[in-house]
Write a protein that binds this ligand. Structure first.
Ligand code: SF4
Ligand code: SF4
Length: 443
């Protein structure tokens, strides 16, 4: 099968071998968990419980506020210890519902709503279930799924791409899910396709996952609604725009969205979550996450949202040597944590521990204009130029040379011989430009 790809990109050490053969294990519920009310892009949910309230597993404890937001449910039965600011893996601090788990964590909330006949659901009913169940993109971006499923007025989807590329080094959660729960992904994809009215589904898998490729070759052969696409192993192959271009040949315009070219991209984990919501009535309260790197035992865990990293590390036998960095996600786009007293959220695709030696950063030097960053940029930007403008505060030029098109993949920083923290500088410029635009719009 011909392998598809995009222009640019890099080949960082894959490190998948550390955890790719670890089957998914269900993580035991801990005595205390902390469930953040912000677990997606957009507005945090509004708390529906207070200190001292009893909660049931699956009960809605946070209600979406605004168009881009998502409901939050309790992954356990127990009692609310507090609703207050705690450590948050993305924002640093945020409001969470801390719950003391009951020793018998079996009762299921009445909020569980199982569709009687999933085949008969209308597109809007499927999107409503995704909304009620608090489903967000599980690949890391965590955009509320119900918002993406129904195209905006005047637009339509021709195809759905199921993203199983998992191009971030170290991560193997999607890979295990594709091997161990393919029926959930298939049925979830059928629901998505029905909701978004696409005519065709593609599942994209990178060539470094031959077992998954073989499995999905069998599952898709003879099916006319779904087709397997094998992608070259290259980072960031799983980025939305790169995937769309490689599979359909279409280019998402600068500042545009995939819907502008009639494509919906959804992570394989999101399809499985939609399956759980429709077929079992279970809201999004747990996810598969890879725990890897400098830990005594590496694993792919099905872990309740709100579980502290420290509890997970303890379960896996502790750190291997002195930990240097704990990262949520992979080494390229992940977020470094200040502490392991931070909970897993819906977007936590991995927990990567780097040792002290691995995380010691070498000093940056001056740019030598080698243009390697330009060669690898999948968007075709000039990272050194945007970074230089960011440093001098020249936001106008940074914007005019495409700062807002940067997908923050980190390929430029990875390749730079001067070890310039290009992505950090570009992100800074982006944030300032967006903030300036917002201020302008408010005037
Ligand atoms: S400029 Fe942005 S999109 Fe281009 S390589 Fe750097 S981080 Fe990736
Ligand atoms: S890769 Fe680094 S040294 Fe080379 S042009 Fe880009 S910023 Fe400069």
């Amino acid at each position: 099968m011909r392998k598809l790809t995009f222009k640019g990109g890099i080949h960082p050490p894959e490190k998948k071998e550390l955890s790719e053969n670890e089957s998914i294990i269900e993580f035991p519920v801990r005595p205390e968990i902390s469930v953040p009310l912000l677990q997606q892009l957009g507005a945090p949910s509004k708390p529906l419980v207070k200190k001292g309230d009893p909660v049931k597993k699956g009960q809605m404890i946070g209600e979406a506020q605004g168009f881009i937001s998502a409901n939050v449910h309790s992954p356990v039965s127990g009692k609310v210890k507090d609703v207050d600011y705690t450590n948050h893996p993305v924002t640093g601090r945020g409001i969470s519902v801390t719950i003391l788990t009951e020793s018998n964590n079996t009762p299921t909330s009445d909020d569980y709503f199982k569709a009687e006949d999933p085949e008969k659901l209308s597109p809007q009913e499927i999107a409503d279930i995704a909304k009620n169940s608090g489903i967000v993109g599980m690949g890391g971006a965590s955009f509320p799924t119900h918002v993406k499923l129904i195209p905006p007025k005047g637009k339509n989807y021709e195809s759905l791409i199921l993203n199983g590329a998992e191009c971030e080094p170290y991560l193997t959660a999607d890979y295990r899910l594709m091997l161990e729960k393919p029926e959930k992904i298939l049925l979830g994809a059928k629901l998505m396709m029905k909701a978004c009215l696409a005519k065709k589904t593609f599942i994209a898998i990178e060539s470094n996952k031959p077992e998954a490729v073989r499995e999905w070759e069998k599952l898709t052969s003879g099916e006319d609604w779904i087709e397997l696409k094998v992608m070259k192993t290259k980072y960031p192959q799983g980025a939305e725009k790169q995937l769309i271009n490689a599979i359909t040949g279409k280019e998402v315009p600068s500042g545009g969205l995939p819907v502008d070219v009639g494509v919906l991209v959804q992570n394989v984990g999101t399809a499985a979550a939609l399956y759980d919501a429709v077929y079992s009535g279970e809201p999004l309260i747990k996810r598969v996450t890879t725990v890897t790197g400098a830990v005594k035992r590496r694993a792919n865990l099905l872990v309740p949202v709100g579980t502290y990293v420290s509890d997970i590390i303890e379960f896996l036998g502790g750190y291997l040597g002195e930990p240097g960095k704990v990262i949520f996600g992979g080494p390229m786009m992940g977020v470094s944590q200040r502490t392991d007293g931070v909970p897993v959220i819906k977007s936590t695709s991995g927990i990567l521990v780097l040792s002290k030696t691995e995380s010691t950063e070498k000093p940056q030097t001056n740019c030598i204009r080698c243009s390697r960053c330009v060669t690898v940029c999948p968007i075709g930007l000039m990272p050194y130029e945007i970074a230089a403008r960011s440093e001098t505060g020249d936001l106008e030029t940074a914007g005019s040379v495409g700062a807002l098109d940067c997908i923050e993949c980190g390929s430029c920083s990875f390749i730079c011989p001067a070890r310039r923290d290009l992505v950090q500088l570009i992100r800074l410029a982006k944030n300032k430009i967006i903030a300036k635009k917002k201020r302008g719009a408010q005037k």
